[in-house]
Design a protein around this ligand. Structure first.
Ligand SMILES: CC(C)(COP(=O)(O)OP(=O)(O)OC[C@H]1O[C@@H](n2cnc3c(N)ncnc32)[C@H](O)[C@@H]1OP(=O)(O)O)[C@@H](O)C(=O)NCCC(=O)NCCS
Length: 170
């Protein structure tokens, strides 16, 4: 298994847009995503161009690509970034057949290192939907500690929902 985990380049960001736009309503529901809050493809693409035009330390979002044997198989993004302090991460293996084989936990471990290093973090949070078993188990296995379960709107694509807050602190 040859895994490559690194910052996503601008010309790779279609993987993010394609993933959300090709997800079934059921899959979006599992992730707590409201399809009506998703930007259209071209608007989303323009937003990525604007994002990558900014210096990394000033970006509101940062995306990491997960590649297996030279093919993209997933990604993580982080937002709510406060440089030198905290951020929130997200995790997605986009090829369904590659889930539940140990790839997610390994990619999350490597991604966590990138976020801590890039943004000099002290705390890294993740808040998956409380009923979405896969990320909750994966985060615990990757070393995140349980904080609490509560209701919130965890991100701009999400509806109000119960989430589990996990954290890694350094
Ligand atoms: C969440 C995700 C990235 C995890 O990646 P993965 O490669 O499937 O996870 P792993 O194979 O590394 O599994 C890690 C742990 O989680 C468990 N797990 C993963 N998926 C599971 C599922 N659907 N049901 C129960 N346990 C699951 C594994 O059994 C493993 O625990 P164990 O070793 O103690 O048994 C991936 O499943 C995914 O992309 N899911 C869809 C998108 C999603 O829901 N993202 C979260 C949005 S916040």
């Amino acid at each position: 298994m040859n895994l490559d985990v690194r910052e996503m380049m601008l010309d790779e960001t279609d993987i993010v847009i394609d993933y959300f736009h090709s997800s079934t309503p059921e899959h979006l529901e599992t992730m707590g995503v409201d399809p009506t809050r998703m930007p259209g493809r071209s608007i989303w693409s323009s937003r990525f161009k604007e994002l990558y035009a900014q210096p990394i330390s000033e970006r509101p979002n940062f995306v990491v690509i997960w590649r297996l044997d030279d093919k993209p198989i997933g990604f993580s993004s982080c937002d709510k970034i406060v440089f030198g302090s905290r951020a929130n991460m997200h995790l997605h293996v986009v090829v369904p057949e590659l889930r539940q084989r140990g790839i997610g936990v390994e990619c999350v471990r490597r991604t966590v290192e990138i976020y801590f290093r890039t943004f000099a973090l002290k705390q890294l949070f993740c808040e998956p939907n409380a009923y979405n078993v896969a990320p909750n188990r994966t985060l615990q296995k990757a070393g995140f500690k349980y904080v609490k379960t509560y209701k919130t709107v965890p991100g701009p694509l999400n509806y109000h929902q119960a989430v589990t807050r996990w954290v890694i602190e350094r």
